[in-house]
Design a protein around this ligand. Sequence first.
Ligand SMILES: [Zn+2]
Length: 85
Amino acid sequence: MIDCPEAVRRMWAYLDHALARGATEEFETHLDACQRCCGELEFSRHLKELAATSGAESVPDPLRRRIEMLLGGGGTGTDPGTPHD
Ligand SMILES: [Zn+2]
């Protein structure tokens, strides 16, 4: 299975419907197992809508980087199999 940083990397392509079918399936499989990324997807979707309505072509880089950091940066010592609430 793909890990959280990989899922986040694919999230943006997923929202753009730019993922290949296999990559989409891996991404959705990860979301099923990972509450954390599932929340991030909703958040990202919301961001993307905001960006669309404000005329931006994509989510601003700093925001994107921040989400990637949230999921991929401070992950030492956490158990990926245990969803947090
Ligand atoms: Zn995840």
